[in-house]
Design a protein around this ligand. Structure first.
Ligand code: ZN
Length: 156
């Protein structure tokens, strides 16, 4: 199986049956995000414990397969990480979809790198980049406890 096919299969799988979908019990922060270009809506629920570790992370929303798959992969990879590591992963992801072709992270194992890399194909489709980054920007907002809704048109 070639890599392109593998990446497509991962996106289809996560798009069809998103992981960590719904409100998690005891979340202590949440944020909303909207991508008006495509109509993707996402709401992120974050449960941080007193050691600033992501104890639980879930999402709700509706939108295209890329936006849902990206949110699903994000929750899958960030859950269980410390806030500091989560931010590093978010930055590495945003860099990957916008500019670089690889992702370098000491905080992800090979399986997780493959999952995150499955979204690298959006670079060829500028319209889809915001579909992929929406949930990640929304997670940053939840971590920083911003009250404003994230709008991808207000982000570069
Ligand atoms: Zn979309």
């Amino acid at each position: 199986m070639d890599l392109k096919q593998l990446y497509q299969d991962i996106i289809l799988d996560h798009g069809k049956s998103p992981r960590n979908f719904g409100k998690c019990v005891g979340y202590n922060s949440e944020a909303k995000g909207y991508n008006p270009l495509c109509g993707d809506l996402v709401q992120v629920y974050l449960k941080l414990n007193d050691k600033k570790k992501v104890e639980d992370l879930t999402f709700e929303g509706s939108g295209c397969a890329i936006s849902m798959a990206s949110a699903s992969i994000m929750t899958d990879l960030v859950k269980g990480k410390s806030c500091e590591v989560a931010k590093k992963i978010i930055n590495a992801f945003l860099k990957m979809v916008k500019s670089s072709s690889e992702i370098k992270s000491e905080d992800l194992d090979n399986d997780q790198i493959t999952k995150i890399m499955s979204l690298s194909g959006v670079k060829q489709f500028p319209m889809r980049i915001k579909c992929a980054t929406l949930s990640w920007h929304t997670l940053i907002s939840a971590m920083e406890e911003k009250k404003e809704e994230v709008n991808t048109e207000a982000i570069d």
